[in-house]
Design a binder for this molecule. Structure first.
Ligand code: DON
Length: 571
């Protein structure tokens, strides 16, 4: 599918010097491509300008990691609703020689954080405290993550080349899409509420498509990162500005917290689904563990015979989801603080046994399901983008500030939004977070601990060759979105773009609903599910997947989700 939004002038715009005029006749809109077929390299991200930055880095000789770093910084400018330097994320890498790696640049709880910090004196959760404003923010990890990814994997070896496109976009400005203008307008009240100094996002008249957004403070922060590396963010002037912002808003992130922050390389999780190798993110994300559990749970079911969106296939997948999310609530947390039984949970025999009470005729009520007993052996608004380079190296990155525009607080003078990922901790056992997820001890708040994530950047290989790069935003629905993409392509034989464009469903154990996108499942399937005892809950969009599939002839198919301005391009 190809969706053209007006004419393509943005390539020219990128090459032009500053154009300070707000909306004007020169604004011709972005050309948004939902599907791209290329042989040498591919980038799929949430914004056409960020995708273009990534493609240009690949064309200039950068590898997939170089391009991913450039895309991350570009998204921090052109996609402020989720792109960030004030948040965190995960990067899963598969190099062409088959070696794999995983980078955890998830935010951490500040040193002064404590278990009951969001509870009042009677022990009740104070509504909104973990969501809006300074206290909601964890210590950001994105900048250290990008620096570490650069140090270990860069081919281009010049950090300034990867961050300069973002500096230019912040300094010269970029034109808003219609969706972005509307998003900014709907957040005006929150920006006013959670900022002591009004950020550039706030203005008297409504934002409109084509308006130029210039972020001068952000440009200066990016310049400090360009010139000083990690110190440009975690030390010096930027750290001073963050500390001053915390003081102004009664936040708790200190200069010491910033100095102490370190992204960490982890061993990626690897599992098998039918003939495919799945490479995915270990904790502090729950995503990889849960994805492998879900795939193993349905592996014995004849999914291809059941068919796409049939009552039988949806039933099997939902029952797997119900059981896996019950485990998530009990066992998943930051492995640096809590002994998550990863091996037990991802053991195929364990997940097969979890499905032993699957009833082919009926839904199992969630109240009848609790966590399983895996072997106790211990091992220790978001955006996703996918990149493949001409050598076949692949990078899958999901990055977040959690809610749209994070905690809504912009660091005064530094121009970037802080996250509200502290809400991903379990503020109180059994009390749902903004995604309705519950947790307990494994995901309780402790200083320096990473809050549990659902982000599931993943790479699939077959017979030693790259097959798919996939991931999504969407809070708790991330894991089930990625699950559906893999089953769609592997079992139902769908193309990458058909899978990305198709509607999605989701179950997370509690609440005991099947969440559906509007007009999603065939009516016969919905009827079948109701007769089995499922309660269906129609909601808005589920996930926003940006994926790349490598066809057997080597062609790369980039598929950008139609639910956003997401854009696929290659060369
Ligand atoms: O890490 C997580 O699981 C959440 N902070 C992700 C938030 C998210 O996907 C919001 N985007 N739609």
């Amino acid at each position: 599918m190809k969706r053209r939004l007006l004419l393509s002038f943005w390539l020219i715009f990128l090459a032009l010097p500053a154009c300070k005029q707000a909306t004007g006749p020169s604004w011709q809109g972005y050309a948004i491509e939902k599907v791209a077929h290329n042989r040498d390299g591919m980038v799929v991200s949430a914004h056409p300008l960020a995708t273009q930055v990534g493609v240009e880095v690949l064309q200039a000789g950068g590898n997939a990691v170089d391009a991913a770093i450039a895309v991350q910084f570009a998204l921090a400018v052109v996609y402020p609703v989720a792109g960030n330097i004030g948040g965190g994320g995960f990067m899963v890498i598969r190099m062409a020689d088959g070696t794999t790696d995983a980078l955890d640049f998830r935010e951490k709880a500040p040193g002064a954080a404590f278990r009951d910090m969001y509870l009042d004196s009677s022990g009740a959760v104070i509504p909104g405290l973990s969501l809006g404003g300074h206290l909601a923010s964890g210590v950001p990890g994105s900048v250290d993550g990008m620096v570490k990814a650069f140090e270990k994997y860069s081919k281009i070896k010049d950090f300034s080349k990867l961050i300069q496109p973002a500096i230019n976009l912040a300094d010269h400005g970029f034109h808003l899409t219609d969706r972005q203008a509307k998003n900014l307008n709907s957040a005006q009240e929150s920006f006013v509420k959670y900022n002591t100094t009004m950020p550039v996002f706030v203005r008297d008249s409504a934002w409109q498509e084509g308006d130029l957004l210039i972020q001068a403070d952000l440009a200066q922060t990016l310049i400090r990162i360009r010139d000083q590396g990690r110190e440009g963010f975690y030390g010096g002037k930027t750290a001073d500005l963050i500390a001053a912002e915390m003081e102004a808003g009664h936040g708790i992130i200190t200069r010491q917290d910033l100095q102490d922050y370190q992204a960490i390389w982890r061993q990626p999780l690897q599992g098998q689904y039918r003939d495919y190798d799945v490479i995915t993110m270990p904790p502090s994300s729950s995503g990889g563990v849960a994805l492998l559990q879900l795939l193993e749970s349905v592996e014995d079911f004849p999914m291809a015979d059941y068919g796409f969106h049939s009552t039988a296939s949806v039933h099997a997948m939902i029952e797997a989801e119900r059981r896996v999310y019950a485990d998530r609530a009990k066992y998943l947390g930051d492995t640096d603080f809590y002994p998550v039984p990863i091996e037990g949970l991802t053991d195929p025999a364990y997940n097969r046994a979890r499905m032993a009470d699957f009833d082919p005729e009926h839904a199992t009520p969630s109240d009848a399901i609790s966590e399983g007993q895996p072997a106790a052996k211990e091992s220790e608004q978001t955006t996703h983008f996918s990149v493949v380079d001409s050598d076949g190296n692949a990078v899958s990155v999901t990055t977040t500030i959690n809610g749209g525009y994070g905690c809504k607080t912009v660091v005064a003078g530094a121009g970037f939004l802080l996250n509200n990922d502290m809400d991903d901790f379990s503020s109180k056992p059994g009390v749902p977070n903004m995604f309705g997820l519950i947790g307990g001890e494994a995901n309780s708040i402790q200083p320096g601990k990473r809050m549990l994530s659902s982000m599931t950047p993943s790479i699939v290989a077959k017979d030693g060759e790259l097959f798919m790069v996939v991931g999504s935003p969407g809070g708790s629905t991330i894991i089930t979105s990625v699950f559906q993409m893999i089953v769609d392509v592997v079992d139902f034989g769908m193309t990458m773009d058909a899978s990305v464009q198709s509607s999605r469903f989701h179950h997370q154990w509690k609440p005991d609903y099947v969440f559906l996108e509007p007009d999603s499942l065939p009516s016969a399937t919905m009827q079948g599910l109701r007769e089995m005892g499922y309660e269906l809950n129609i909601r808005g969009h589920i996930g926003r997947v940006d994926a790349i599939l490598r066809q057997p002839d080597g062609t790369l198919v980039g598929a950008a989700d139609p639910r956003g301005d997401d854009h696929a391009a290659g060369y």
